[in-house]
Design a protein around this ligand. Structure first.
Ligand code: BGC
Length: 826
């Protein structure tokens, strides 16, 4: 149904190939070969006849998981904290280069869900921040870069996967916490569209090849068998052209899920851990052969996968397939570990990190992921280029130090006894190297002739008592950590238990504040943290808040402390004064074992929730200081094309393709080929023997449920094309009036008319621009506002409408520090 030229071409090519495929060949695209079956975390079956290789699907959103000689990039939340579009692109480009070098075809990222409803959510750091607009811009840029590099991007997790607790039956969330069904995220239609679906629409609009459906249920139907969300919302309304893969073992039924719109079962085997049985593979072959599963759906699946393959250019064969194994660090191993088959060199140890992009992208993203929260008396930077620099520095807190167990302290990083580089779970990678803040500070200090002493112990204050009074400055480090629900650390089952700093850091900080008047706190955190114990203490002069910086985390912090870099990060979420101020989540198992999360706050997530409920945050969304001063002036509307209230009719559909019916009653086509040498426990598309197959039906059903008329909201990639047209352009002049060169992220917030029947947030982020300015310099910054940016989802007409009335556009330093405004009446 696409009207997009590039996808149309990809489909034309896919039709040529898929129309010649056998049922088994098509089924080979629907189901992974099983966990541990091939070298990547997910692998599709190959179609050698058409030169389509087994696709290697590999985590994750910050680098190549389970591989050596790669870069551990800063997490996506760190890229979000930068509020820097060019840098987000740079990071994605560098990452894509490394995946390609390691031979992966499909990257299991970007992640935009969790979006951040749960302030303590275990995986929120895998995405870009707790605002749909920020997530949308960052994920579409990331998608563009990955796919321009010739790989398929996967936006995940679709949808409402906002907490780790209760996402999966069988996972351990602490004692007495077993559930009988996954959490149901109960989300209303408007909230779905304006918050959780929003960034997915951006990625679809960008042409993303793949979407991953999530573990949870939405409104009591599992995501990966939710026909409404997959068929209706994603494929019809948003016009998604690629394929939907399941999260790992998130498919609960076979053919039914495929009917509901799922295209690929991952990793393919049935049970939680590797089993030779599947609900896809041979079961689908059998269902198609016996007429129980419509072949047009199978054709549609195969076309979607093959079209995505052509769309990004994987057929150019630039990606040679995986040259690493996810399952062993040994050089030699099994190609198919599950069947202990194909002993060979599986790890080629290809160094993909030494390139022009990686180190620069990693360091710059980590640096711009540091937020300056407080800087009394301009205590920072430590080196101002004058003689007033400190001569004695003490470093306290475990968050500065290397973990005694090394940077790769435990599988998938489920550990946290040292400096923070990334959270844990499938979104983590092994460190090839890791620089701690301690290392970086020591290096700077040596260079400048500064004494450095330290004490990393956090429960015994002897060292601190002895040293803290004598530092010209004490720098105290604190961390929080979180990760994916299958692993836990210190009683944090994926999600954090609370927003407190770990390892007794509050006490360490408070103690240092008692003993010395010059203290700087550095918090490295996966998300919002509670700073209340000491934040107002006059002896805590400065506070840096660093998002997970990957392998360069320490260098980024060191460079900011010493003024090599001017901090320019902005909080991508709100830091509250009290943990109770955040949106409540389900962390107790209900009696019936069927947990439900009612998203009753609706569209009011993060700062919108604080604004609506008049809760004073400690630091609001978008907040962050600089060593310099930035101002903005002369706001003007430079282009104005006010949109109509209702969307124009969507473009006409192209005729629906129909592939020839090539089902055969030659049963041998559905059975294992004679003398085929099988890998034990590997998932194949063939049925064991003719008796299992049943009666073959050779007629084909026609796709009579194909979309005939489009809803108003639909019609192009990401929805009705009019949604993406620029309505207004605003221009303002940004100036650096302070003493340092630096970058500053100005934000655009919009207040919708409050005179209509739509309840609207106080204000919503709808733009951000981050110029780099030498001190004394000025430049114009431009914000483009499209129709969707000023629309609300109308549940009655099931479409976007632009409410009539007065809109107020604010250029701001944060969601609460508003500088300049202009009004537009539509
Ligand atoms: C995660 C996904 C990941 C997949 C493959 C799942 O546990 O939820 O994000 O891509 O595993 O490792």
């Amino acid at each position: 149904m696409t009207t997009d030229e590039k996808w149309s071409k990809a489909y034309e090519r896919a039709i040529q190939v898929v129309s010649k495929m056998t049922v088994a060949e098509k089924v080979n695209l629907t189901t992974g070969t099983g966990w541990n079956s091939d070298l990547c975390v997910g692998n599709t079956g190959a179609i050698p006849r058409f030169g389509i290789p087994s696709l290697c699907l590999q985590d994750g959103p910050l680098g190549v998981r389970f591989a050596d000689l790669i870069t551990a990039f800063p997490a996506a939340i760190t890229a979000g904290t930068s509020f820097n579009k060019n840098l987000i692109a740079f990071r994605a480009r560098a990452m894509a280069y490394e995946f390609k070098g390691k031979g992966a075809h499909v990257i299991l990222g970007p992640a935009v869900g969790p979006l951040g409803r749960n302030a303590l959510g275990g995986r929120t750091w895998e995405g870009f921040g707790s605002d749909p607009y920020l997530q949308g811009i960052a994920s579409r840029i990331t998608t563009r870069e990955i796919q321009e590099a010739g790989l398929i991007a996967t936006v995940k997790h679709y949808i409402g996967n906002e907490q780790e607790h209760y996402r999966q039956v069988g996972e351990y969330y602490g004692p007495n916490n077993r559930i009988s069904k996954s959490l149901s995220s109960n989300i209303d239609d408007r909230t779905l569209h304006e918050v959780y679906l929003w960034p997915f629409a951006d990625c679809v609009n960008e042409g993303i090849g793949s979407v991953m459906c999530s573990y949870n249920q939405i409104n009591h139907t599992y995501a990966c068998e939710n026909s409404y969300l997959m068929n209706k919302v994603l494929k019809e309304e948003l016009g998604f052209q690629g394929f939907i893969m399941s999260d790992w073992w998130a498919m609960k039924t076979g053919a039914e899920s495929f009917q509901a719109g799922l295209d690929m079962a991952m990793p393919g085997d049935r049970l939680y851990f590797s089993s030779p049985d599947t609900m896809g593979g041979n079961k689908i072959t059998q269902a198609v052969a016996t007429g129980k599963f419509p072949d047009y759906r199978l054709n549609d699946i195969a076309l979607r996968v093959v079209a995505a393959y052509y769309y990004v250019g994987l057929d150019k064969n630039e990606v040679g397939g995986p040259n690493f194994s996810s399952w062993t660090k040994h050089t030699d191993g099994f190609l198919h570990p599950i069947g202990e088959a194909g002993w060979t060199q599986v790890n080629k140890h290809i160094d993909v990190m030494n390139n022009e992009l990686s180190r620069g992208a990693a360091l710059q993203t980590a640096t711009e992921g540091v937020v300056l929260l407080k800087n009394d008396f301009n205590i920072l930077p430590l080196d101002k280029g004058t003689s007033t620099k400190p001569r004695r520095i003490n470093i306290f807190g475990i968050g500065a130090a290397p973990d005694a167990r090394g940077p790769n302290c435990r599988a998938d990083m489920a550990c946290s006894n040292g400096a923070l580089g990334e959270g844990w779970g499938s979104g983590a990678v092994d460190f090839s190297s890791f620089v701690t803040p301690f290392e970086s500070i020591s290096e700077h200090a040596r260079h400048l002739g500064i004494n450095v002493d330290y004490d990393f112990t956090t429960f015994d204050f002897n060292g601190l008592n002895a040293k803290a009074p004598f530092g010209d400055v004490n720098i105290i480090f604190a961390v929080t950590n979180a990760g994916e629900g299958y692993a836990h650390f210190d009683g944090n089952y994926g999600d954090r238990k609370n927003a407190s700093l770990w390892h007794n850091a509050d006490e360490v900080i408070a103690k240092a504040a008692e003993l010395n008047k010059n203290n700087i706190v550095v918090v490295s955190s996966v998300g919002p943290a509670n700073l209340e114990r000491w934040i107002d203490h006059p002896n805590i002069k400065a506070v840096l808040f660093a998002s997970p910086g990957g392998q360069e985390a320490g260098n980024a912090i060191g460079n900011v402390l010493f003024g090599i870099a001017n901090p320019s990060g902005k909080l991508p979420y709100t830091i509250a004064r009290d943990d109770k101020d955040y949106i409540p989540v389900v962390s107790q198992k209900p009696e019936d074992g069927l947990p439900q999360a009612f998203f009753s706050e609706g569209i009011y997530v993060d700062y919108k929730y604080f604004d609506k409920n008049n809760i004073k945050p400690r630091y609001e969304f978008g907040y962050g200081l600089s060593y310099s001063n930035f101002s903005v002036s002369n706001l003007r509307v430079t282009q104005s094309k006010p949109p109509s209230e209702y969307l124009p009719a969507p473009p006409k559909l192209k005729p629906v393709y129909s592939l020839p019916c090539n089902k055969t009653n030659d049963v041998s086509e559905y059975l294992f080929p004679k003398d085929f040498k099988r890998v034990n426990r590997y998932i194949y598309p063939w049925v064991e023997n003719a008796n299992d197959l049943g009666t073959v039906v050779t007629t084909c059903e026609s796709a009579n449920d194909a979309i005939k008329e489009l809803p108003l909201a639909a019609g192009g990639l990401g929805g009705n094309p009019a949604l993406w047209e620029t309505s207004f352009q605003l221009t303002a002049t940004a100036s650096n009036t302070g003493p340092y060169d630096g970058a500053y992220a100005f934000q655009l917030y919009i207040e919708f008319p409050n005179t209509t029947s739509f309840d609207v947030p106080v204000r919503q982020l709808r733009g951000f621009e981050k110029p780099f300015l030498k001190h004394g310099a000025s430049t114009d910054i431009n914000f483009k506002v499209n129709r969707r940016d000023i629309s609300v989802w109308d549940t009655v007409s099931q479409s976007w409408v632009v409410p009539r009335g007065k809109y107020k556009f604010w250029i701001a330093r944060s969601s609460r520090d508003l500088v300049l405004s202009t009004e537009i009446v539509i």
